[in-house]
Design a protein around this ligand. Sequence first.
Ligand SMILES: Nc1ncnc2c1ncn2[C@@H]1O[C@H](COP(=O)(O)OP(=O)(O)OP(=O)(O)O)[C@@H](O)[C@H]1O
Ligand SMILES: [Mg+2]
Ligand SMILES: [Zn+2]
Length: 329
Amino acid sequence: MGINYDIYNRAIDIIGARRIAAKAENDRRFEEINQKIPEIAEVNSQLAKTGLEIVNVIRSGEDVSQRIESMKVKNLQAQELIRKLLRDNGYPEDYLQIKYKCEKCFDTGFTGGGQCECLKSVISALSVREMNSNSQIKLCSFDTFDISYFRGKTPEETSACRDIMSRIFTYCKSYAESFSTESQNILMFGKTGLGKTHLSLAIANQVIRKGYDVLYDSAVNYLMQIEKEHFGRDDSGRDTLQSLLTADLLILDDLGAEYDTPFYTSTIYNIINTRLNRSLPTIISTNLNHEGIQKKYDDRIVSRLFAIYQCLEFVGTDIRLIKRKMGEN
Ligand SMILES: Nc1ncnc2c1ncn2[C@@H]1O[C@H](COP(=O)(O)OP(=O)(O)OP(=O)(O)O)[C@@H](O)[C@H]1O
Ligand SMILES: [Mg+2]
Ligand SMILES: [Zn+2]
């Protein structure tokens, strides 16, 4: 899963298909009108002739400014005549103008300012569709996060635990709402079944809807894929590491579940370090506690995680178990 170059390319194709469809529909209308309203066909062929004339004048080296002026006037008159003929024949007067789905970028996907809103929204729709094809993920929104699932061994512990988790929830929600590529990095740690994946997916869902390029998967899956590509055992032409290094938001779930190999360790370091250097936000979740992280990773990784990442320690009792006991799962 993830929002990657595949999705970007698919989105570009969709926008390109819109442009082709708009042109094809325009051609069809021209044919239709040329047949039904011969006067318009005549005006159009006159316009084409004037166009040719002007090209010849330019070629001959004569002064063209006057000719261009008179052609402009002719052109405007011709447009007016076409509009009138369309109206007289019961057509809307803009019937022969190309109807782009997006008038801002004429279905190119780009405006002077970069990606057009229409391209962003196609990317976002494709990404959400891909994420939601996994039904578990569909359930992971802020709305389905219920604080009353958090429990301790005593009422006091329960209340303290809900306080902590409410703060974490609020932090994550406002993180998602105000997300930008300048947002902070987050390290979620805590025991199993405490909602780390749930909250990181809730963030992912919302940030994707804002049109950002978000990558989410377990660290193990990413590392195995990167390893395959690195050692030439994958011919899909994908460059997963490159996508991870450049995504607007990267969510590495369940870091620490991978085997200890020099390749994995150096890849993890590369990802964390490169994204920090590029000031691109990363969210990491792990089952390991402070000690476990220190044991498993070398100091270069540990110091970056604890000094620079916003650390959120999840507390409570395994919610998977609680739900199972309550017969919900
Ligand atoms: N506050 C909550 N309200 C409702 N459901 C929750 C809540 N927290 C977690 N869940 C659900 O409980 C299950 C376990 O949560 P989740 O997978 O997010 O835990 P985790 O901390 O990622 O665990 P692990 O460390 O094992 O990966 C999921 O089905 C999740 O949707
Ligand atoms: Mg998890
Ligand atoms: Zn557009």
